[in-house]
Design a protein around this ligand. Sequence first.
Ligand SMILES: NC(=O)c1ccc[n+]([C@@H]2O[C@H](COP(=O)([O-])OP(=O)(O)OC[C@H]3O[C@@H](n4cnc5c(N)ncnc54)[C@H](O)[C@@H]3O)[C@@H](O)[C@H]2O)c1
Length: 270
Amino acid sequence: MSDKKLVPLNHLLNISGKTAIVTGGAMGIGFGIANRLAEAGANVLIADLNGDQAAAAAAKLAETDLKAKAICVDISKEDDVKKMVAAAVNLFGSLDILVNNAGIFPNVPLSKMSLSDFERVIAINLKGVFLCTKYSSEQMIKANRGGKIINITSIDSLHPSMVGLAHYDASKHGVWGFTKNIALELSPHNIQVNAIAPGGILTEGVQDAQTNAPQGIDMSKVMEVFLNKIPMHRMGEPDEIGKVALFLASEMSSYMCGSQIVVDGGALLS
Ligand SMILES: NC(=O)c1ccc[n+]([C@@H]2O[C@H](COP(=O)([O-])OP(=O)(O)OC[C@H]3O[C@@H](n4cnc5c(N)ncnc54)[C@H](O)[C@@H]3O)[C@@H](O)[C@H]2O)c1
């Protein structure tokens, strides 16, 4: 038995003094993550394409004295991403945690998928992750205080969940491959890179996909089939991803490098 004194649990989960960027943090899973990171003491920059919603989300956190600011960003645009990283440092003095969460999941069968449909999903879900990681890790290396990068992939990075998501599945398989490679490259700089693969989480985006389904697709049927496949018989909540993100953002995950945590109520088992 080692005599090494263990760090108390409340210290392990305390990320006070750290600054986190959460892309797509204005709603859904991103807001669930921003909320838990801020509760654990971090300064949080909510970086979202929807600037008004991002400002409202930051204001909601600030109501309970949590430290949050907002910035309007399109993560598929290089200049926006550079400005986002600079804003985190200007507002809070550092950048320690990046959560690559922003993503889109329009349902379009391959037979109806245009080149621009395909390119848009890849631009946001894969190129956006590349840009945010590139400029954030540059800042983390320059500051020489390590860091944590958390990529929100999907169970679709491992196995398709439904027809109509070929472009999405290509992007998420890509993010998982990207995660493993940069975990290798950034580890010597004490930057830990890991991923979370959510299953079905009830968010604004999922509700929107159900109401705006393409012609000929009965999304309520698709969702019924999907729900029946989940051993826990329910969709997840954004906070159930937020809690795992806090684990990866904190010293709780001190020996994790290039892993993907599946949080899906067992969906991949069936
Ligand atoms: N909800 C699920 O069931 C589920 C399952 C697996 C993986 N995911 C992944 O989790 C992430 C979040 O999903 P969600 O369900 O919370 O989505 P959501 O649509 O509810 O929220 C996504 C947020 O990202 C923002 N966003 C979209 N494009 C952006 C861009 N170009 N730049 C900056 N922000 C942008 C939106 O404005 C929105 O605030 C996505 O990467 C998604 O693929 C979701």
